[in-house]
Write a protein of this length. Structure first.
Length: 301
């Protein structure tokens, strides 16, 4: 990996750069003039292969890169992931190792964005969830993210941290283990039946391109020490998603409820307020869910 001194462009370090979100964030940053370098489990061109749970390796890699800005996306992000030990180690210990590494270099980054999750709010009766609501995590993934937030506060006096809480988002390239890509794939294949869990749950589904744009703009915002929702402000049930796909495809599908897909402690509704985000970065270029679904349905991956 070349040292950033060989380029006049600012260096943006993206952890999890080979993941679904990381690819869009890297493209957004590159288009904005950054030279993007990645940290990833997997070796690939333009990335440094590092396990963030390895403290010494993480410190060594970060010192070699000396990034100007950081967007930390690397995490176990699947709520139903079955290995609780891996969830806690990756999401908490891995993040701590990264923060320690960043605080140890002579040239501190001008912004460090950490990706938490709206799942930390748990089940709420509020129409729109705001950042000042107390956390009430309802699963291991949410607990790990809330614990990560608390741990990161210990570094707030040494690093310019912005804590983000993205709500659900999707787009071309997301794994079919997630609900929206699974639904779109079934319609694209003209499958006669789809098995789902609780189709009455409502989520604030966003487009990954909107999320990537928000992360990039937050790097230049006066948001240090802030906790910020990244969301559209609108929730849709899976029933509504099915209806949109039927309209887009001209095809009807039989929906069967599989009890095995109904999660314990399922969060019934997640819809966020994006007023703070708009106040920090300016007008939001939100993308309607139907438009995102059409992009995914028509994509040739």
């Amino acid at each position: 990996m070349a040292n950033h001194s060989d380029s006049s462009r600012p260096v943006a370090l993206v952890t999890g750069s080979l993941g679904f979100t990381g690819r869009y964030v890297s493209a957004e940053l590159t288009a904005a003039g950054y030279r993007v370098v990645g940290l990833s489990h997997e070796p690939a061109s333009g990335t440094t292969s590092v396990d963030l749970c390895n403290r010494e390796a993480t410190i060594s890699a970060v010192r070699a890169l000396e990034p100007d800005a950081v967007i930390h996306l690397a995490a176990i992000a699947f709520v139903a992931h079955g290995d609780a030990d891996a969830i806690y180690r990756t999401n908490i210990v891995g993040t701590r190792n990264l923060l320690e590494a960043l605080a140890s270099i002579d040239k501190r980054p001008r912004a460090v964005i950490l990706a938490s999750s709206a799942n930390i709010y748990g089940n709420r009766d509020a129409p729109l969830l705001t950042e000042d609501l107390p956390a009430s995590p309802a699963n291991d993934y949410a607990v790990s993210k809330f614990a990560m937030e608390q741990m990161a506060r210990l570094w707030g006096d040494r690093l310019p941290i912005v804590m983000t809480r993205p709500f659900n988002y999707t787009g071309v390239g997301q794994s079919e283990k997630y609900l929206i890509p699974k639904i779109v794939s079934h319609f694209r294949r003209r499958a006669p039946v789809i098995e789902l869990g609780n189709i009455s749950v409502a989520r604030d589904f966003q487009d990954v391109r909107f999320v990537a744009n928000a992360y990039r703009r937050l790097l230049n915002a006066d948001a240090f020490g802030e906790v910020v929702n990244i969301c559209s402000g609108h929730a849709h049930t899976l029933n509504e998603v099915i209806g949109m796909m039927e309209d887009l495809s001209g095809y009807r599908i039989e929906v069967r409820i599989n009890p095995a897909f109904v999660r314990a402690n399922e969060v019934a509704k997640l819809a966020g307020s994006n007023e703070k985000l708009a106040r920090l970065i300016g007008p939001l270029d939100t993308i309607p869910l139907r438009q995102t679904l059409q992009w995914m349905y028509e994509a040739h991956e």
